[in-house]
Design a protein around this ligand. Structure first.
Ligand SMILES: Cc1cc2nc3c(=O)[nH]c(=O)nc-3n(C[C@H](O)[C@H](O)[C@H](O)COP(=O)(O)O)c2cc1C
Length: 200
């Protein structure tokens, strides 16, 4: 049985297609024992403050300023399966997702060093799905713009030890209803297949 953490970074909240697809698939699965979801796009985490930046760089794990970071990391630690739903904003992560990353990727808490200057993840690896919604195309033959989200988020998750990451794309949301419907059908198939392989 899997405990699932579903984080949605769309400013549209529960109206976002990626979130609706993920929630719909996950809610019906017998292999899911608990589903915790957060709308971090419509209710974003606080900006990185001076107090947080100081606590991080001075390795102060007791500071009140790391409380939000600690909550996010513990919630992540308590999951067996991570699902991130995010739009593409200006070729990369939306600010709300970058904020989550800035609270979760914390030195000597979620990553350390190997003594040779390389970062080593301290969190347990777990299957992770990233549903990316975009107005245009960033993958496949129709790709017409750079995709900095995929390599950037891959490196950020890798930094804390999360390597089983699968990206699923919901592209071309500005191309009309039929194009969106077809993308949703294919994304749902890929997501369901991937999740079933993990939770049974
Ligand atoms: C601030 C902003 C920046 C965007 N930048 C891009 C972009 O660089 N490339 C793209 O294809 N779509 C871009 N879009 C469109 C969204 O990615 C698209 O509408 C997506 O389907 C929104 O998904 P959501 O409903 O899950 O938020 C942008 C939208 C916003 C609001």
């Amino acid at each position: 049985m899997s405990r699932v953490l579903l984080l949605n970074f769309s400013p549209h909240g529960k109206a976002a297609r990626g979130y609706q697809l993920a929630a719909d698939v996950l809610q019906g699965l017998p292999g899911v024992s608990a589903l915790v979801e957060r709308q971090l796009g419509s209710e974003p985490l606080p900006l990185v403050s001076g107090a947080y930046a100081t606590a991080v760089t001075t390795l102060d794990r007791q500071a009140a300023a790391v409380e939000v970071s600690e909550q996010q990391i513990v919630e992540l630690e308590n999951s067996d399966l991570l699902v991130l739903c995010t739009p593409l904003h200006n070729f990369t992560l939306p600010a709300a997702l970058k904020l989550w990353v800035d609270h979760v990727v914390r030195i000597q808490r979620s990553f350390g060093g190997d003594g040779a200057g390389r970062k080593v993840g301290l969190l347990r690896d777990r299957p992770t799905f990233v549903l990316v919604s975009s107005g245009g195309f960033i993958q496949g033959e129709k790709a017409n713009q750079p995709d900095f989200l995929t390599p950037c988020l891959t490196a950020q998750l890798d930094c804390v030890g999360i390597r089983q990451v699968r990206f699923i794309y919901l592209q071309g949301s500005v191309r009309g209803d039929e194009a969106v419907r077809l993308e949703m059908v294919e994304a749902r198939r890929l997501f369901l297949e991937g999740v079933l392989a993990v939770v049974g």
